[in-house]
Design a protein around this ligand. Structure first.
Ligand SMILES: Cc1cc2nc3c(=O)[nH]c(=O)nc-3n(C[C@H](O)[C@H](O)[C@H](O)COP(=O)(O)O)c2cc1C
Length: 371
């Protein structure tokens, strides 16, 4: 019996090793940073197809929302196989909800789970979530511990149906998505946990904050070089990121830098200068999937055809949603037409469109064939 037990643990250990995609990534890692309202399923698909970042994350999703039955949040967890390795990002303050949402993310076939400890938005940080966790390191640790426990629950045979706070409506949908996964991604494997955070709350506190995270042995930490107080103002402080990397290098945890990267070359230069394992690119990737490619510069026509493809995928992905609306797609289309003469005039017309077809018509009026 004892022997059997240790054999099973060995199998579990091996599968845990195999499923830690972070270790198998080419280094340095250059990934797409998660952005709420931006990096949804269609955006990630397009970015992966034309830019091929090493990793992608979902938009952050509230564990309180999921565990209070907000079915519409499952939309944030939509992805397709082309987006792997794909990391589900969650946020909140309630450890037991992290545990249950971790079971959902495992069942949905994600490659990793990321915990957001960096969001400065008032509606998030005022509840103690996101970057506010920098002030409550014991709670931050408890959240990581419970997320790991949720992954263990999954490995040991639990599903979302066994989670006390998950509604049957949500668990039924999760089960349905699970059945649609390729068989290889339905297996019960241990997922790696990572954390995305900032350098401090109102001032940098790398030496206090980062060791609290490293103690919990996350596979990776992505660090945005601003404090919560800075929001998105000023400049990202890469010296502080380098200090965190020096601490992480004494452990197996990978450290990715983030903040204000303007190109792939800039990312590579910062990775070398600050001795990092990788970097994440956020805002520069808006309407710009080629930012992850070393030399490729698309023609404007090519970029506009991609914009049209993006809009079509958006429609296909979400049109059955009762709350479907084209509005969130308009800003992406605006970003794609950023760099051309008459851009502001075209953008104004784009901001009035309600379908990919209408976008194509506007573009034609300005002399661009996108279909
Ligand atoms: C619109 C927007 C939404 C964001 N949403 C998230 C999010 O859901 N999760 C997260 O960890 N960071 C989020 N961020 C932060 C970015 O991932 C990134 O850390 C930040 O934008 C700095 O990187 P950049 O200068 O390359 O954009 C968001 C940023 C923006 C601009």
């Amino acid at each position: 019996m004892r022997l059997k037990h240790s054999y099973e643990s060995l199998i579990r250990y091996n599968s845990a090793m195999e499923s830690n995609f972070w270790q198998n990534l080419p280094k340095p890692i250059v990934g797409l940073s998660p952005m709420d309202g931006v990096t949804d399923h269609p955006f990630r698909h397009i970015t992966k197809k034309y830019g091929n970042p090493d990793i992608t994350y979902t938009e952050f999703t509230s564990v309180e929302g999921v565990c209070h039955g907000a079915t519409q949040l499952l939309k944030d967890f939509l992805y397709d196989e082309t987006q792997r390795p794909i990391i589900g990002q969650i946020y909140g303050t309630t450890p037991k909800f992290f545990r249950q949402t971790a079971v959902i993310l495992c069942e949905l076939g994600f490659d990793g789970i990321d915990i957001n400890m960096g969001c400065p938005a008032k509606n998030v940080a005022h509840s103690g979530a996101g970057a506010a966790l920098i002030k409550t390191p014991k709670l931050a640790q408890e959240i990581i511990r419970e997320t790991k426990a949720g992954i263990e629950d999954w490995v040991n045979g639990k599903t979302s149906k066994d989670c006390e706070d998950i509604t049957s409506e949500i668990s039924t949908l999760v089960e349905k998505y699970h059945q649609q996964l390729p068989k290889a991604n339905q297996i019960r494997r241990t997922l790696p946990i990572s954390v995305k955070t900032r350098i401090g709350y109102d001032s940098p506190v790398i030496d206090e904050w980062i060791p609290n995270l490293l103690e919990m042995q996350p596979a990776a930490i992505a660090l945005h070089g601003r404090t919560l107080k800075q929001q998105y103002g000023g400049q990202a402080n890469w010296e502080e990121i380098a200090r965190a990397a020096a601490l992480a290098h004494q452990t197996p945890t990978l450290l990715l830098g983030n903040g204000d990267i303007t190109s792939l070359q800039d990312a590579q230069q910062k990775i070398t200068t600050y001795s990092l394992d990788g970097a994440l690119i956020g805002r520069t990737a808006m309407g710009n999937p080629f930012v992850f490619k070393p030399k490729e510069m698309p023609s404007v026509e090519q970029l506009f055809r991609i914009a049209y493809e993006h809009a079509q995928l958006y429609e296909q992905s979400f049109h059955t949603d009762p709350r479907y609306n084209f509005l969130p797609m308009r800003k992406h289309l605006g970003w794609y037409v950023h760099d051309i003469p008459n851009a502001s005039q075209i953008r104004q017309a784009i901001y009035r469109t309600n379908s990919s077809q209408e976008f194509a018509t506007v573009m034609k009026e300005y002399g661009f064939e996108v279909i």
